[in-house]
Design a protein around this ligand. Structure first.
Ligand code: DC
Length: 234
């Protein structure tokens, strides 16, 4: 039976950085589910399919083959056998991905794929609906959050390091639009699962968040689950 660590939260909370570090430390397979939606968005852009052409996006799903390969804890993404790890992070994809991920049929197909990717493996999986829809019975369920301005600063810095041109204001705007869209989705909306452990990363360093989550995983493996929202509110 596989061991599953599920992490949800809005963009810029550090989910990607943290899951990558933890996957290396614990030898878990790292699955960033946002990339599956980003691949669909990239495919639409490359084939000149517009966001309003929902049916065309749905029809194209049968032509979209996504693969992920883990190399030293790093996740490489392949769309129809071509590596697109970097391209799926570009400005154009980032702009439309949230709307693409709101299409019901896209979600069904991606959730099925995400479950298949985890089959028989010990994984750390991050996204927006992992703790609520994809793996509601995961061994460890965490919701990471942070102030939106801090998240925009982090994303902006990350993009600059990757050579992606976007101003801080553009990044903040994009985060605000995506947050709203992600939280209001008809299905798979971003929300805090009742039994998820809530971590506010606003004032925390990457090391501090990593240690917190490592402890939670350790406790869970020992059979005691600490700091759950429902326990804290008792
Ligand atoms: O984590 P990210 O920024 O790469 O995700 C890209 C988009 O995909 C994000 O706007 C919301 C969507 N997404 C989703 O709806 N469900 C997931 N499990 C992961 C991402």
């Amino acid at each position: 039976m596989s061991f599953i660590v599920a992490i949800d939260g809005p963009a810029g909370t550090g989910k990607g950085t943290i899951t990558s570090l933890i996957s290396k430390e614990l030898g878990l397979v790292n699955i960033d589910t946002g990339v599956t939606y980003r691949c669909v968005a990239l495919y639409a852009i490359r084939n000149n399919i517009k966001l309003e052409e929902t049916q065309k996006i749905i029809n194209s799903l049968k032509n979209i083959h996504i693969e992920m390969k883990n190399e030293n804890g790093e996740q490489k993404v392949f769309l129809n056998n071509e590596e697109v790890t970097k391209e799926i992070r570009n400005k154009e994809v980032t702009k439309i991905v949230s709307q693409v991920s709101s299409i019901k049929e896209v979600r069904y197909k991606m959730v099925e794929l995400q479950r298949k990717l985890a089959q028989g493996k010990d994984v750390i999986m991050e996204g927006r609906d992992i703790t609520t829809v994809v793996f509601p019975n995961a061994n460890v369920k965490i919701y990471m959050d942070a102030d939106e301005k801090i998240r925009a600063q982090r994303r902006h810095k990350e993009m600059q390091e990757k050579g992606i041109q976007m101003t801080y204001e553009e990044v903040l705007k994009n985060i605000q639009i995506r947050d709203k869209n992600d939280k209001e989705k008809e299905i798979g909306a971003l929300k805090i699962a009742e039994d998820a452990i809530y971590i506010d990363t606003t004032g925390l360093s990457i090391e501090e968040v990593k240690d917190k989550i490592l402890n939670i995983i350790k406790e869970s493996r020992l059979g005691t689950v600490p700091n759950r929202k429902q326990d804290r509110e008792k």
